[in-house]
Design a binder for this molecule. Structure first.
Ligand SMILES: [Zn+2]
Length: 175
């Protein structure tokens, strides 16, 4: 309807980002119960390659540090703000150093807290069958304005291609 430019009055679009498995466990049953359609924008390296999002690697590493919770929250926010301003290579270097210093290398979701786990292909199939539309949300969830034009193109184009391979029909919108 949106693309045909004939939306009803007070129409709204419900969208979600990233593709965490806890969305499937908590939000999806509610949408299903009320037959509400929504769009999920997927960070494709996170969901299909099971590469943790950089913000989760940071949170996990800081979480293991020997400090009180309030200091950890502040430190996480501070570093997160800094890392949002730098490019992917520099961010990776910083993150790896933080992970090394807190012995927190977190690569395998099976081993780590369920809160960071992405959707599975089975979840996606069930979502497709219940009125969820999919859209691309980059490969690795970078801040696009920190990337070169070429890196941006890869993040956008390859996430669209990876998502189409799994879900076939995808939204024309991008988040
Ligand atoms: Zn996101």
């Amino acid at each position: 309807m949106m693309y045909e430019r004939r939306l009803p009055k007070n129409a709204l679009a419900i969208t979600f980002d990233d593709g965490y498995r806890n969305w499937y466990e908590y939000a999806f049953p509610i949408l299903k119960k009320y037959s509400v359609h929504a769009t999920m924008f997927i960070a494709t390296d996170f969901v299909f390659k099971k590469n943790p999002l950089w913000v989760d690697r940071l949170e996990y590493a800081i979480g293991l540090e020997n400090d009180d919770i309030e200091s950890k929250i502040n430190r996480d926010a501070e570093i997160r703000a800094q890392l949002k301003k730098v490019g992917s290579i520099e961010r990776e270097r910083h993150l790896a150093a933080i992970e090394r210093s807190s012995s927190a290398e977190f690569r395998n979701f099976e081993m780590e807290r369920a809160v960071y786990t992405p959707l599975t292909n089975t979840d996606i199939e069930a979502m497709k069958n219940s009125g969820i539309t999919f859209g691309a949300h980059t490969k690795s969830h970078p801040i696009l304005s920190t990337l070169s034009a070429q890196e941006t193109e890869v993040e956008v184009r390859d996430s669209v291609i990876a998502l189409k391979e799994v879900t076939h029909n995808i939204s024309e919108t991008f988040a």
